[in-house]
Design a protein. Structure first.
Ligand SMILES: NC(=O)C1=CN([C@@H]2O[C@H](COP(=O)(O)OP(=O)(O)OC[C@H]3O[C@@H](n4cnc5c(N)ncnc54)[C@H](OP(=O)(O)O)[C@@H]3O)[C@@H](O)[C@H]2O)C=CC1
Ligand SMILES: NC(=O)C1=CN([C@@H]2O[C@H](COP(=O)(O)OP(=O)(O)OC[C@H]3O[C@@H](n4cnc5c(N)ncnc54)[C@H](OP(=O)(O)O)[C@@H]3O)[C@@H](O)[C@H]2O)C=CC1
Ligand SMILES: NC(=O)C1=CN([C@@H]2O[C@H](COP(=O)(O)OP(=O)(O)OC[C@H]3O[C@@H](n4cnc5c(N)ncnc54)[C@H](OP(=O)(O)O)[C@@H]3O)[C@@H](O)[C@H]2O)C=CC1
Lengths: 287, 287, 287, 287
C-alpha cells in the first residue's frame, strides 16, 4: 500500500517513521525540506516537494500539521493534497483542529470521491515515538474500517466516534477536562508547599483515591521541581482551548473555568512559558 | 486492647465495627443513643452515655464526628474524652477538620500526657464499609507508630505526614485537587453532550491519557445519567472547602478556581443538591 | 457637503437623520431597501442601491453596520464604498469592530488617497436618537480635524485617540470595564434581595460613594424589577467581548474576569436573553 | 448631651473630634492610651481608661473599632460598654462588622433597656476628616430618630435601612459592588496600557457613559501611575469580603466573581500590598 505523510513535526516525524518501518511505501512532505530529507535518511522511503506530489500516487494520505490554516494550506491550497488524490482513496487528518474544518474537508473529499477522517491524537511526543497514540476518529464508518490497519500501526487505542468532526470534538472534551484539572492540581500543590508538606509524600497518600489523575501521577514530580521544559506546550494548549471555546459558541456549552484558566495560561505565556508544559499553571502561583 | 470509638455516623459506624470484629474490646459513644444501641446489637461490644465514660478505660480513643465544633464538644467539652483519659493513652481524630483544632487538641493532649493524631480519611462510605480507607496522619511519629496496628484494621493506606495538623493539611490538598478537577470534568461532559457525542464512547477514548482522573473513571456514568443520589455530599464538600480557604488565609496560597467552584457548589445547594455527590457540578450546567 | 451613510440600523437610522436635518445632502444605503425608503420618507435626502452608488459622489462616507464581516462587505466587497470613492474624500466607520479591520481599512484607504477614521460610538439607541453620542476616533489627526464638523452633529463628546485602530481599542476598554462592573453589581443586588433589603433604599444609600457606577444609577431599578427588554443587547456585548478577548491575544493583557463573565453571558443567551440588556447577568443569579 | 466614643483609629479619631467641636461633651476611650491623650490634647474633652468608664455617664456611646472580635471586646467584654450603660441610652456601632454581631448586640442592649444601631460608614478617611460620611443604619427606627442629630454632625448622608443588621448588610452590598467593578477596571486599564493608549485620554472619553464609576473617576490617575499608598487598604477589604462571603452562606447568594477577586486580593497581599488601596488589583496584572 502506498502512503503519503504530510507534516513531519514533533508528532508527524516519528508517526511516518512507524509506517515505513511497518513495510508501507511512504512518501513524506514537509514544508521545510531539510526535515523531509532527514526523515528519508533515517527511515528510507521518499519525499516529495509539494503535498500534491506526495498525494498523487497514494492510497492513503495522512496529515499532521499545526492548525486550521496550515491544514487548509496543505489540503485545499494550491499544490494541496485533495486535488491530486485519486477517487476511492483516503485522507486522514491528525492535526488538532476545529470540527468545522473537519466537516469542510469531509465535504470537499466526498465531492471528489475521497474518504475523509478527522483523527486527532493524544499521547504526546512520547506516544508518537512509541507508536502508542490514542486516535479519535470522525467521519464515515466505512472510511474508518478501511484506515484501521494503517492507523493501528502507531495506535494504542483507535476509536470511531461518529460523523465528520466527532474526532475533533472528542479531543476538545479531552482538553477541557485537562484545563480545570491542572489548575486544581496547581492550586493544591502550591497550597501543599506553603503548608510545609512534602509534596512527594502527599501525592503518595492521595493518589489512589478521589483526587487522583493522570496529571497527578505523571506531573507532580516535575511540578514540585518547578521543571516545565518538556511535555505539551502552553502555546499548543491555548490553540486547542481557543478551538474549544469557539465550538462552545456553536453548541451553547458554558465553560467558565476553562475560559478563566485559558487567561491564566496567557499569564504563563507572558512569563516566558510559551513552550512550557501545561502543568506550568503552578508557576503562576509560585511567583 | 481497649478501644473507645466516638461518633457512629456513616463513616464511624462501620469503622468501629471493623475494630470489634478484629477482636478489640470496643466501647462506642454516639450522641443519638439509638445508633449506639443498634451498633452493639450488630457487633457486640459496649456503649457509653458520654464521651468521657467511653474514654475512661480505653487505651486508644478514636473520634469521627462532623466538624470543628462537634470535635471540640466531644473532646474538650464537659463530659469530653480528654479529661477522662489516662496518661500514656492515645487520642486519634478521623474527622475532616481544621489544622488549627488539630494543633489545639495536640497541645491539650500533650499537657495531659496523652498522644494525639489528626487522622482524616478518604475513601468514602464504601471505603469505611470495606475497611479500605486512606488515612493521613499528623502528630508525633511515636504516636503514629503506636496507633498503626489499630488503624491498619480499616486502612488500605496509612501514612504519617508530619507534625500535628499535617493529616488535615494533606486532606485539604486532596479536596483542592477535586474541586477544580470536577468542574473541568463537568464542563467537558456538558460540552460532549451538547456536541452530540456519546459520553460513554468519549470516556472510553480519553480515559487512558492526560485527561484521566479517578472522578472520570468512577463518576462519568452517573454524571451522564444525571444521577447524584450517592457519594460525597456537596454540604460536606463545602465544609471542607471552607477549611481549605481558611487555612489558605494563613499560608498565603491563592485558590482562585477553588473559591469559584465553591460558589458554584453553593448554587448546587440552592438547586436542592445539598446531599448530592460532588460530581453534581454538572447539574448546574445542564439546567 | 455631500454625505453618504451606510447602514440604517438602530443606530445608523437616527444618526443619518441628524445629518440630513442639519442641512447636509445625505444619500443613504441599507441592505434591506425598505428601511432606506422609510428613511427618505421621514427625512428627505436620497437612497442608493449599493454602497458604491451612495459613496461615488460623497465628500464623506459614514458607515454603521454590525461587525467585521459586514464592514468588509460594504467597504471592500464588490459594490463596496472604497473603490467608488474619490481621492481626497473621507471614510468614517461607526461600527464596533476589531482594531485589525480598522488598520486594514486605513491602509486600503490610504493607498487610494482617502482618509479613514475608526469611530465607534457609545451612548446607545438613546444617544443616537438625541444626537448625544460619545465618539472615539482613531486614524490620522488631519482626517479627524476634517470630519469634526460632521461628527459633531450627533456627538456629545468627540475625541481623537491616536492612530488607526485607537477608536476601537478605546471602545474595547469601555466594554471591559462594563463586564466586571455589571457582574459585581448583579452579585450585589442579588445579595441585597436575599438579605431582605429594599434595593431602592440600598442604592440611595450607596450611590454617592465608592460603589457608584453609571450602571448602578441607570439600571438598578430595571434590574430590581427583573426587566431586561431594553438597552444594549447581550448578543452585541458578546460580539464586543470577543473582539476584546481577540485583541488581548495580541497585546498580552490577561482578562480573567472578562473571560469568565463572557461565559456567564452565554448562559444568559441560553436562558433566552440574547436581546436582553447587559444588566441581565442578574437574571442568571435570580434563577 | 454626654457622648462616649470608643476607638480612635483612622476613622474614629476625627469622627470623635467633630462631635467635640460641635459642642457635645465627649469622653473617648482608646486601647492604646497615648492616642486618647493626643485626642484630648487636640480637641479637649476627656478620656477614660476603660470602655465601661467612658460609657457609664454617657447618653450615647459610639464605637469604631476593627472587627467583630474587637467589637465584642469593647462592648460585651469585661469593662465593656454595655454593662456600664444606663437604661434609655443609646449604643451606636460604626465598625464594619457582621450582621450577626449586630443582631447579638441589639439583643443584649434590648435586654438592658438600651437602644442599639449598627451604623457602618463609607467615605473613607477623607470622609471622616471632612465629616462627610455616608452612614447606613440598622436597628429600631426610634433609636435611629434619637441618634440622628448626633450622627448628622459627621454625615453627608444618613439612612435607616431596616431592623438590626441592615446597616451592615447595606455596607456588604457596597463592598460586593466594588470588588467586581475594580477588577473590571483593572483589566481595562491594563489592556489600555498594553494597547498603547493614553489612559488619561481614554478615561476622558469613556467616563461619561456606561463604563463610568466612582472608582474610574477617582482612581484612574493613581492606578495609571502605579501609586497605591493611600485609600482603603486591601487588608480591610478582605476583612469586609470575608464578612460578605460569610453572610452569603446564610442567605444563599452566589458570589462567584467576588470570591474570585477576593483570592486576587490575597495575591496582592502576597506582593506586599496589605496596606495598598483596593485599586491595587491592577498591580497583579502589571507584574
Ligand atoms: N506535540 C504534542 O505533544 C501533541 C501535538 N498534537 C497536535 O498535533 C499537531 C502537530 O503538532 P507537532 O507535531 O507537535 O507540531 P510541530 O510544530 O512540531 O510541527 C508542525 C508541522 O506542521 C507543518 N506546517 C505548519 N504549517 C504549515 C503550512 N502552512 N504548510 C505546510 N506545513 C506546515 C510544519 O512544517 P515545518 O517543519 O516546515 O515548520 C511541521 O511539519 C498540532 O495540531 C498539535 O496540536 C496533538 C497531541 C500531542
Ligand atoms: N445598539 C446599540 O445600543 C449600540 C450599538 N453599537 C454598535 O453599532 C453597530 C450597529 O448597531 P445597531 O445599529 O444596533 O445594529 P442593527 O442590527 O440595528 O443594524 C445593523 C445594520 O447593519 C446592516 N448590515 C449588517 N450586515 C450587513 C451586510 N453584510 N451588508 C450590508 N449591510 C449590513 C443592517 O442592514 P439590514 O437593515 O439590511 O439588516 C443594518 O442597517 C454595531 O457594531 C453595534 O455593536 C454601538 C453602541 C450602541
Ligand atoms: N479606614 C477606612 O477608610 C474605612 C474604615 N472603615 C471601617 O471602620 C473600622 C475602623 O477602621 P479604621 O479606623 O481605619 O481602623 P484603625 O485600625 O485605624 O483603628 C482601629 C481602632 O480599633 C481599636 N481596637 C481594635 N481592636 C481593639 C480591641 N480588641 N479592643 C479595643 N480597641 C480595639 C484600635 O485601638 P488601638 O489604637 O489601641 O489599636 C483603634 O482605635 C473598621 O471596621 C473599618 O473596616 C469603614 C470605612 C472606611
Amino acid at each position: 500500500m502506498k502512503v503519503a505523510f504530510i507534516g513531519l513535526g514533533v508528532m508527524g516525524y516519528p508517526m511516518a517513521g512507524h509506517l515505513q518501518r511497518a513495510g508501507l511505501a511512504v512518501t513524506v512532505y514537509n514544508r521545510t525540506i531539510a526535515k523531509a530529507q532527514a526523515w528519508v535518511a533515517e527511515y528510507g522511503g521518499a519525499f516529495a516537494e509539494t503535498p500534491a506530489a506526495a498525494a498523487a500516487t497514494a492510497d492513503i494520505v495522512l496529515m499532521c500539521v499545526g492548525n486550521d490554516d496550515d491544514l487548509r494550506a496543505v489540503s485545499l491550497g494550491s499544490d494541496g493534497a485533495v486535488a491530486a488524490m485519486r477517487q476511492g482513496t483516503l485522507l486522514v487528518d491528525h492535526t488538532t483542529a476545529s470540527a468545522e474544518i473537519a466537516r469542510e474537508l469531509h465535504a470537499s473529499c466526498a465531492a471528489a470521491g475521497i474518504g475523509f477522517l478527522d483523527a486527532p491524537v493524544s499521547g504526546g511526543e512520547q506516544g508518537a515515538l512509541n507508536g502508542q497514540l490514542t486516535i479519535m476518529c470522525g467521519g464515515d464508518e466505512s472510511a474508518f474500517t478501511e484506515a484501521r490497519s494503517v492507523l493501528d500501526i502507531y495506535a494504542k487505542q483507535l476509536r470511531w466516534m461518529g460523523p465528520a468532526g466527532s474526532g475533533q470534538l472528542t479531543k476538545m472534551v479531552n482538553q477541557i477536562c485537562i484545563a480545570g484539572l491542572l489548575q486544581g492540581l496547581s492550586e493544591a500543590l502550591n497550597f501543599a508547599t506553603r503548608a510545609g508538606l512534602d509534596v512527594e509524600e502527599v501525592v503518595a497518600a492521595i493518589s489512589q483515591g478521589a483526587a487522583q489523575s493522570w496529571q497527578m501521577d505523571n506531573r507532580h514530580a516535575t511540578m514540585a521541581a518547578g521543571s516545565y521544559e518538556h511535555g505539551f506546550a502552553v502555546d499548543w494548549m491555548r490553540k486547542d482551548l481557543a478551538i474549544c471555546l469557539g465550538e462552545a459558541e456553536r453548541n451553547g456549552a458554558s465553560l467558565p473555568v476553562t475560559a478563566l484558566v485559558d487567561q491564566f495560561y496567557k499569564e504563563v505565556q507572558q512569563m516566558g512559558g510559551s513552550r512550557w508544559d501545561t502543568s506550568s499553571l503552578l508557576a503562576r502561583l509560585d511567583k
